[in-house]
Every structure is written in C-alpha cells, then in structure tokens.
Design a protein around this ligand. Structure first.
Ligand SMILES: [Zn+2]
Length: 229
C-alpha cells in the first residue's frame, strides 16, 4: 500500500518520460536557427526591392567587397526563393538584393522534388530564413512543355521535371482562361502545399514563425503578383 504523500513508482516513471519528451521538444525548437528577421519584415524587403527593380531604380545593395568579406564568415539570408531556371527570372536581380541576402533554389518550372524541399528546409532550420517564396513566371517554357505534352502521354515516361509538373496541369485542366497561365499558378500553389507538408515547417507556419508565399513574375513588367496566403 502507498503511504499518503508518497508518489507511486509508476507515476514517477511517467513523469520522467514526460519531462524527457518535453526536453526533446525543447531540443528541436532550440535546434532551429534564430530568425534573421521576422517573416513580415523579410517579405517586405523582397517586395520593396522588386518595386525598385520595376521602377528602374535599383540600389544594388550588399554587392560591395566589404559585404563579400562580411558574409564570407557566415550566411544569414533573410529569405528563400524557389524560382525557375529561366534566365529572365534571377531572384537577386528582380528583388534588387546582393550577397548573403537570398537563399536561392532554381530549377526549370520551379518544381519541388525531395532535394529542393530539403534545401529550402535547410535554409529555414539552419540559416534563419523565415519567409519562403515560390516564384512562378508567366509563359514558363517548362510549363508550356508540360501543357502541350499532356494529351496522350499519360503512360509515357516524360522525365522527372515534366512528371513534377503533371499534377498542376491536371489540376488546372478545363479552367477558364489560358491553360499555361493557369498551370503556372496551380504549380505554385501545389509546390507551396508540398512545402507545408513538412511537419516542422507546418508547425512554424501555424505559430506565425514562418511565411510560405507564392508569386507569379511578369516577364514584361517585372512585377510580381502575390497569390493569396
Ligand atoms: Zn520557367
């Protein structure tokens, strides 16, 4: 029989397990790098830079030898951007930024396979990034190829890039408007969802510690249409 005031051994074990799991949770949170800056501020920096670029008044910040020396010691980018490899969409140029500012992943069609997701994940957990932008662009050649090749090729091996774009093409099929522009948009939305499928990132988004945003770059005007969060 248990004496009054004495905690049964079983409860002590449960308490020990509970405090261990609390310690583990704390360890996970502590392992995530401190933010370079809050998500809203980081997004604003990107959008401000884009406005300067659009207006033809770029400041080319952080491109001096002094900045090069500063970031050689370590990087703390404030944003991550997943963009298309298209030569007309370089994030550092269209957001008017410099060295050490943007963690950039570029791949044709701005698709997110496992390697891309892991790269973006790394920038959040280890470099302090708190805004991730998925940036599609109008008249994307990769998306055009996926849309044009969609009919009658369902069983063919079209290669990893077009396979990644297939869900966006399928999702946007039959929508009113231009099929390519619709697929570009749908692809950005699906990639954002894909990124949020990481449990840890989803928890950070929910807590307001991370923003995952989507945009469509206009090749003609240089502007970015932000998709609804
Ligand atoms: Zn493209």
């Amino acid at each position: 029989m248990t004496r009054p005031g004495k905690i049964p051994a079983r409860s002590l074990i449960l308490l020990a397990i509970a405090s261990l799991s609390l310690a583990a949770t704390r360890a996970v949170i502590a392992a995530v790098h401190a933010p370079t800056m809050p998500p809203a501020q980081a997004l604003q920096l990107l959008l401000d830079g884009n406005q300067r670029f659009v207006a033809g008044k770029p400041e080319h910040p952080n491109q001096t030898p002094a900045r090069r020396a500063e970031v050689a010691k370590g990087q703390h980018p404030f944003a991550a951007v997943l963009a298309c490899s298209d030569s007309r969409t370089p994030p550092e140029v269209i957001f008017d930024r410099g060295l050490g500012d943007i963690f950039t992943v570029r791949v044709a069609g701005n698709v997110a396979d496992k390697v891309v997701i892991e790269s973006l994940d790394y920038s959040v957990k280890h470099l302090g990034v708190r805004v991730v932008m998925v940036l599609g662009h109008r008249r994307c050649g990769a998306v055009i190829a996926a849309v044009e090749g969609h009919e009658g090729t369902a069983d063919q091996d079209v290669g990893p890039m077009l396979s990644e774009l297939r869900p966006a093409v399928a999702e946007s099929k039959g929508m009113p408007g231009d099929p390519v522009e619709n697929a570009v948009r749908e692809n950005v939305i699906l990639v954002m969802k894909n990124l949020e499928s990481s449990t840890e990132l989803a928890a950070m988004v929910k807590a307001g510690d991370l923003k995952i945003v989507g945009g469509i770059y206009d090749l003609d005007t240089g502007t970015i249409e932000m998709l609804k969060e």
